[in-house]
Design a binder for this molecule. Structure first.
Ligand SMILES: [Zn+2]
Length: 235
């Protein structure tokens, strides 16, 4: 089981509003309570997240932004950064790695959370794109030869190396986080995304089974799972 360490910084990178609450909400709440300063970058505006053809993209994006801000506050996240790219089109954003590199160099996290882009049959193109760009940005952020203009600017953003990457939505799990104490908080933050979770009772039951399943054999009631990489130790 992984535990947090006080005084450290954590950056989660998501494709959409609500990604981190479902995959990592219990862990983020736990780590914030343990003293981590946590940040969230949301790559898209979530503007396709409605089944109703009458809803305009601007309307959906506005609702989802408010929902994410409320959920982030409940998770103890210090700052939400909105990149604002159109929902569903992240793979076509040419400068996504550069944008994420800038955020990593500015925030200087010790730990990064992102989608596992290599999970077989990960169907959502934004999840694949966000996960891959996040990993590419971790490598770029630590190397001064990537995007050198960022650190040559007047208030230069120095290269920054991240110690560990926690990939969520993975089928190669090797790290279990005990979220027994924060499971209720996780469910409350999922409920903040009211436009996305119509059948909340059924969903709560599903999440409960899912996080209970992950916890089996680890002596706790609820767990979340990750694939952890140490990018600058492995090379
Ligand atoms: Zn998503």
């Amino acid at each position: 089981m992984s535990t947090g360490e006080p005084g450290r910084r954590l950056l989660a990178i998501s494709a959409h509003p609500d990604d981190v609450e479902f995959t990592s909400g219990g862990s983020l709440a736990r780590w914030a309570a343990e003293g981590w300063t946590t940040f969230l970058v949301v790559c898209t505006d979530g503007s396709k997240g409605s089944p109703n053809p009458q809803d305009t993209p601007a309307m959906v994006a506005r609702i989802r932004r408010d929902e994410q801000e409320a959920a982030a506050q409940a998770l103890g996240i210090q700052e939400v950064v909105w990149l604002g790219h159109p929902d569903g089109e992240l793979a076509r954003v040419a400068n996504l790695v550069e944008e994420l590199t800038r955020q990593i160099r500015r925030i200087k996290p010790d730990r990064l959370l992102a989608w596992d882009a290599w999970r077989p049959y990960e169907l959502h193109p934004d999840h694949r794109a966000a996960g891959l760009a996040a990993v590419d940005a971790v490598l770029a952020a630590g190397n001064p030869h990537f995007y050198p203009r960022q650190w040559r600017e007047a208030h230069g953003l120095q290269p920054h190396r991240i110690d560990e990457m926690y990939l969520f939505g993975t089928d190669q799990r090797d790290t279990w986080v005990d979220i027994t104490a924060t499971f209720e908080r996780k469910m409350a933050t999922i409920a903040c995304h009211a436009s996305q979770v119509a059948g909340l009772r059924d969903l709560a039951l599903k999440m409960s089974y899912c996080n209970q399943g992950y916890a089996q054999g680890h002596g706790v009631t609820y767990a979340e799972v990750f694939k952890v990489l140490h990018p600058f130790c492995d090379t």
